[in-house]
Write a new protein. Structure first.
Length: 139
């Protein structure tokens, strides 16, 4: 499956990485796993790396469905948790912004980035943490 996640309890961050084609079924399954993982709590922030994702043809209906799932397991966003989405292509940037709107997350707690260091800095984590997660997936 080209969708992965891991929880870093020390950094209080959930790393979500999509590689290659992630179809709607896989995206929904990944969201369901996040929602049922006991390590996932509302105060955790998210680093979502979509730089190598090729699945860019999400319908608005699917984005709504994914957003509704995310709202259920993220809980109250007043906990101060943040969501940083890292993208490489314009279409991914636009879809991530649509997802932001559908989740109703405070705009101060949700951002889409094109540069890894900016996303990591915004979450207050080292870039090396992202690289470590990516390296563990490629093993």
């Amino acid at each position: 499956m080209p969708a992965y996640y891991t929880v870093d309890t020390d950094l209080k961050v959930v790393f979500v990485i999509h590689l290659g084609n992630v179809d709607d079924k896989e995206a929904l399954a990944e969201n369901e796993k996040l929602g049922s993982d006991p390590l996932i709590t509302p105060e955790l922030s998210y680093f979502v790396d979509l730089r190598e994702a090729k699945s860019e043809m999400r319908t608005t209906a699917m984005l709504h469905r994914l957003a509704e799932q995310a709202k259920q397991w993220r809980g109250d966003s007043s906990s101060g948790s943040r969501v940083a989405i890292l993208v490489a292509r314009d279409i991914s940037f636009g879809l991530a912004r649509m997802f932001e709107v559908y989740t109703d997350v405070d705009e101060n707690n949700f951002r889409v980035f094109r540069e890894i260091h900016e996303a990591a800095d915004w979450l207050g984590i080292p870039v090396s943490a992202v690289e470590k997660v990516r390296a563990s997936i490629n093993q």
